[in-house]
Design a binder for this molecule. Structure first.
Ligand code: GDP
Length: 578
């Protein structure tokens, strides 16, 4: 969990910064400003001081308020195979919006634009925000930095052609991002448009359209004539309603940088998508290592805005240097906070850069699996690339068999052809690996995989590929632990101090370590089981004490020591299951 800043804690506790600073002064806590971070333990102590009841009451209010929050417009990204009509659809939507506006005409590219739909039967009109860049590359590079931008992905499939390789990629990217998918079968105006082919192609991918009794929305449209586009917008709004997308316009403003560039005259121009709260001219924001004071804001119609609420995309002036697309931005109270936070981040990165890090090092699959194990992920995300449809299907079938109840193999994408850079980005955002069979990734793809730490392995023999998968699945199994006794200590004296009760002990066998699990045994019976809070040799905190030495032991939540008690240390060790 991120450390809390003083002003954030003050806000959480419903008090003024100055009141909290006074309390911190009394506690003797050092800080630079109200933007400084607090140690978790300090923050906890303050909360206790202020009274847990107050915090609980506050939390209840917040929970109730969250349910009453207003709905926000859905954010939609348009994806699909090249030439299937993504740009045309965006153009049509952009134009239809301007046509509605009498004064319209001048537009500016701010990375996203709003479309207001006509009033619907039984419902009011709604607003939909479209990300103004087609294709999953832009979308994925934003997601790379951890930001979730789109709620809904509209995947365009030309009804004259049906599902193509990049349609599948788009589906994989949208699924990995957790976006709801709506299909738009485009070019319905062409004589060779065939809706049944689109439905059937999707069926091949396990996607059953509403027309075939499933729940996937597949809407016939024409980006050329506009046919079906009102229905598409309506389906987007209905999907959004089911998703209950809510945002608090009064929260601290927060969102994503969608684009940034330098204009020779104006300076740094950044496009921001507001996801929470309301951004106002004059506000300070921090994005990654950059901050800005918002001098001016304008929307996609080129109109000046003094504020922008949830779902608005605005271009802002005021960043001192270029923020990075995909970074999240957050409101901060003032310049002091903005500077301190960005300086801290820069220092942190520099610190990391100089220490030996494994960033950029090519990882193998086992490394990746180890990481997943730590994250308790019991799913293996894979991208599979092969030379032919036949080998693809054969390997897919084998993979399905290797998937176990404990460890699921999730195919993000299975396709014919060499792994692409976009595959690497997908694998990287989904923490997955790429396996290729009888196709060789290009040098640039290998390099990108190395940079992103995405395992990328090529095989020429199916058996070797399967072997690798088996190893991965095994690496994912729930490890089996057994307890190992480390040592014992006997309580020789009991000291009552202000911070707790310390047992003065002699280690009689083995050793006691700071991370041990501890048991208190009295006359051979276990009377307590838990963790160590402190381990001391004379006055120093130590990590372990060996047989024959004296030490002081403080336990987490046990104080009733008696002379002669035995404190037994143990640890859980993993048992090899092979
Ligand atoms: P993108 O690569 O997915 O962005 O595709 P474009 O929007 O550039 O469209 C590719 C081609 O298909 C262009 O020549 C468009 O004019 C054409 N096109 C797009 N949508 C339609 C449509 O609904 N009907 C027809 N007849 N042509 C379309």
């Amino acid at each position: 969990m991120a450390k809390i800043r003083i002003y954030q804690l003050a806000k959480e506790l419903g008090m003024h910064n100055d009141e909290l600073l006074k309390i911190l002064d009394e506690m003797g806590v050092a800080y630079k400003s109200h933007a400084s971070t607090l140690e978790d333990s300090t923050a906890e102590t303050v909360k206790e001081l202020i009274g847990e009841q107050k915090v609980a009451a506050e939390a209840q209010k917040v929970a109730a308020a969250r349910q009453a929050l207003p709905l926000r417009p859905p954010v939609v990204v348009i994806m699909g195979h090249v030439d299937h009509g993504k740009t045309s659809l965006l153009d049509y939507l952009r134009k239809s919006r301007i046509a509605e506006k009498e004064a319209g005409g001048i537009t500016q590219h701010v990375g996203a634009f709003e479309v207001k739909t006509a009033p619907r039967s039984g419902a009011g009109s709604g607003t939909v925000v479209f990300i103004d860049t087609p294709g999953h590359e832009a979308f994925t590079s934003i997601r790379q930095r951890g930001a979730k931008v789109a709620d809904i992905a509209v995947i365009v499939v030309a009804a004259s052609e049906g599902v193509m390789p990049q349609t599948k990629e788009a589906i994989a990217h949208a699924q990995a991002a957790g976006a709801k998918i709506i299909f738009a079968a485009n070019k319905i105006d062409l004589p060779n448009a065939d809706m049944n082919k689109v439905y059937q192609d999707l069926m091949q991918l396990g996607i059953v359209s509403v027309a075939y009794g499933g729940d996937a929305e597949v809407l016939p449209i024409s980006a050329k004539t506009g046919q079906g586009i009102p229905e598409l917008l309506e389906t987007i709004l209905l999907t959004a309603e089911l998703e209950e997308l809510r945002a608090d316009p009064n929260a601290e403003a927060q969102g994503v940088i969608i684009e940034a560039r330098v204009d020779k005259q104006a300076g740094v121009l950044a496009s921001l998508l507001v996801q929470q709260g309301t951004l106002k001219v004059g506000d300070f924001v921090v994005a990654g290592e950059h901050w800005g004071k918002l001098k001016a804001m304008s929307d996609s119609e080129g109109a000046r805005r003094s504020e922008a609420g949830p779902g608005s995309a605005v271009q802002v002036l005021g960043f001192s240097d270029l923020p990075i697309a995909g970074d999240t931005f957050t409101w901060v109270p003032d310049q002091v906070a903005a500077k301190e936070i960005t300086e801290e981040r820069i220092a942190e990165r520099k610190g990391q850069d100089t220490s030996p890090s494994d960033g950029g090092r090519a990882r193998n699959l086992v490394d990746l699996m180890r990481g997943m194990q730590e994250a308790e992920q019991k799913e293996i995300n894979l991208i599979l690339r092969t030379d032919t449809q036949g080998s693809l299907e054969a390997i897919q079938q084998i993979l399905a068999r290797e998937s176990t109840e404990e460890v699921r193999i999730n195919l993000l994408l299975a396709a014919v052809g060499a792994p692409s850079e976009s595959d690497v980005l997908l694998a990287s955002t989904a923490n997955g690996a790429i396996l290729s069979f009888s196709v060789t990734p290009s040098g640039s793809v290998k390099k990108l995989a190395e940079q992103k730490g995405v395992p990328l392995q090529s095989f020429r023999v199916i058996y070797e590929l399967i072997d690798e998968i088996r190893k991965m699945v095994k690496g994912q199994r729930e490890p089996v632990f057994k307890e190992e006794i480390l040592g014992q200590a006997e309580v020789r004296a009991v000291f009552k101090l202000s911070r707790g009760v310390i047992a003065g002990c002699m280690v009689t066998s083995g050793k006691i370590t700071r991370s041990s699990d501890m048991r208190v045994l009295r006359k051979g019976k276990e009377i307590w089981h838990g963790k160590i809070e402190g381990l001391k040799r004379v006055k120093d905190d130590v990590r372990e004490v060996a047989q024959g030495f004296e030490c002081g032991i403080l336990l987490e939540g046990f104080t009733e020591f008696q002379e002669g008690d035995i404190l037994e240390a143990s640890q859980q060790v993993e048992v090899a299951t092979d």
